[in-house]
Design a protein around this ligand. Structure first.
Ligand code: GLN
Length: 230
């Protein structure tokens, strides 16, 4: 069984887990979600990894006692083909790792560059993810117990290059466009809001808070594609 590690640092971990399990079910894939709490949990049996959002400084501090982030960074250096999805603060951790390590994505990023917490916003972004042609990511909009419908937009209805995606930006970081030398996979107007650098995908918004599973599906597809070779 394939194992997806989820860094239990902060942020919407459980939403990531739900999204991964839903995508895996659609792909008829057996996956185990492994909660990563210490460096020992990040071993070679982990096939892919999610770095959720949160507050990156708090995440760095919280991880120091168990060495979790350090363990994750070493795992990434050893298994360069294994995919990682970093959302929001997770993107910051990929672009600006600690301990003199080289960035895992070739994209400069600035923290909190859209303003304060109350300047958080929701916007339609254009995504262009390298998903398998046959992927038909299901979007379920069943209202919850409060009668609220999960966030989603129709991915087919778009005017630009990519397909639209509901972007939830919570005190989000901002990529510095000039510095991005890897693949751009998400845009919001002129802004770059998502990149892929080899096996690493970093977005400044929170796909796990929506009903759209395309980013989690990408992670799982990439994991399946590279399992025999890394
Ligand atoms: N503001 C956070 C940081 O700088 C990121 C916010 C988020 O992950 N939603 O780390």
């Amino acid at each position: 069984m394939l194992r997806v590690g989820l860094a239990m640092l902060q942020g919407a971990r459980h939403e990531h887990e739900e999204a991964l399990l839903a995508s895996a079910m659609d792909m008829k894939l057996d996956v185990e979600i492994v909660h990563l709490r210490s460096a020992h949990d990040v071993d070679e049996t982990i096939d892919a990894l999610v770095l959720p959002g949160g507050e990156s400084t708090a995440m760095r501090k919280a991880s120091s006692s168990e060495g979790l982030l350090d363990g994750i960074y070493s795992w990434m250096e050893h298994h360069t083909n294994r995919p990682v999805l970093g959302t929001c603060a997770g993107a910051i951790l990929l672009a600006m790792p600690d301990g003199g390590r080289l960035p895992f994505i070739q994209a400069g990023i600035s923290r909190n560059a859209w303003g304060r917490q109350r300047q958080s916003f929701e916007a339609k972004v254009e995504v262009d993810l390298p998903l398998h042609e046959s992927s038909n990511v299901k979007i379920t909009r069943t209202p919850d117990e409060f009668g609220h419908t999960p966030l989603a937009v129709d991915p087919q209805k778009n005017e630009g290059e990519g397909e639209s995606f509901p972007g939830v930006f919570i005190r989000a970081p901002r990529f510095d466009s000039e510095s991005v030398t890897c693949d751009i996979i998400a845009r919001f107007g002129d802004e770059i809001v998502g990149v892929i650098d080899g096996s690493k995908c970093a977005v400044t918004f929170h796909p796990e808070l929506t009903a759209d599973r395309r980013f989690h599906t990408w992670l799982l597809q990439r994991m399946v594609d590279y399992v025999p070779t890394n």
